[in-house]
Design a protein around this ligand. Structure first.
Ligand code: ADP
Ligand code: MG
Length: 214
């Protein structure tokens, strides 16, 4: 998330907390409701293991229980306290359409930029497009407009359209980021919550190549 911020990509404000007290004080600073996310090296998809609690209002006991064992909040029963490095406490973003913006690396072509619909359902939706690095502003807009579900972004049934210029801007910033850092093998902003004005990244993941290829 810090890397994204460094490239001017808006990120939902967050704090890292290692103790129950710091979860509560972070939540108070950010303002309820907050989203609590388990931080663990063993957990890649946090929501798959009950590690994301959206809309915490501070009265359910969840923020007081970093190592919950009664199902009151994350981490769920399936986490052993030893597996949990801490908690990410994040401001809750309201509304917005869940999209994915990212990059992957191809042995023949180098970085490929990616955009699609879906958030947690990205695999099920399967509506993703790729472009070779680097992407210009025109390329980025074309990417946004070439997904099958672009009508969902333009707004159905009186919904305001999502800010596709902001999406295109983030795609370009990701393009610049992976161009500057050739060791990045994969980067996902998933989701980028596309609002009618702007948007916000609420989750990011990056894979770095640590050894030279042989
Ligand atoms: P993971 O992808 O590891 O399961 P995420 O951080 O992406 O975890 O959270 C899963 C889902 O929870 C997101 O796709 C989004 O729908 C919702 N979510 C996460 N963080 C926020 C937030 N700050 N505000 C609103 N919704 C959120
Ligand atoms: Mg995610």
């Amino acid at each position: 998330m810090q890397v994204l911020e460094a490239y001017g990509i808006p990120v939902a404000p967050y704090r890292l907390a290692k103790t129950e007290e710091s979860v509560v004080s972070a939540a108070a600073e950010l303002g309820y409701p907050v989203v609590l996310k388990v931080i663990s090296e063993r957990v890649i998809h946090k929501s798959d293991v009950g590690g994301v609690h959206v809309g915490n209002r501070g009265r359910t006991g969840a923020p007081r229980r970093l190592h919950s064992d009664d199902g009151a909040g994350p981490p769920s029963r399936r986490h052993q306290p030893d597996d949990v490095d801490g908690m990410l406490v994040q401001q809750m973003a309201r509304g917005g359409r869940e999209t994915i913006i990212g990059a992957t690396w191809d042995a023949a072509f180098g970085p490929l930029l990616m955009f699609g619909l879906g958030g947690i359902y990205v695999e099920a939706v399967g509506d993703v497009v790729f472009r070779l690095f680097p992407v210009s502003d025109v390329d980025a807009s074309e990417m946004v407009n070439s997904i099958r579900g672009v009508r969902l972004l333009r707004g159905l049934r009186g919904e305001p359209p999502a800010d596709t210029d902001a999406i295109a801007e983030v795609i370009q910033r990701v393009s610049q980021l992976v161009g500057d850092h050739p060791a990045i093998r994969e980067l996902d902003i998933n989701p980028w919550l596309a609002h009618d004005r702007g948007g916000v990244a609420v989750d990011g993941r990056m894979t770095i190549q640590t050894e030279a290829a042989v």
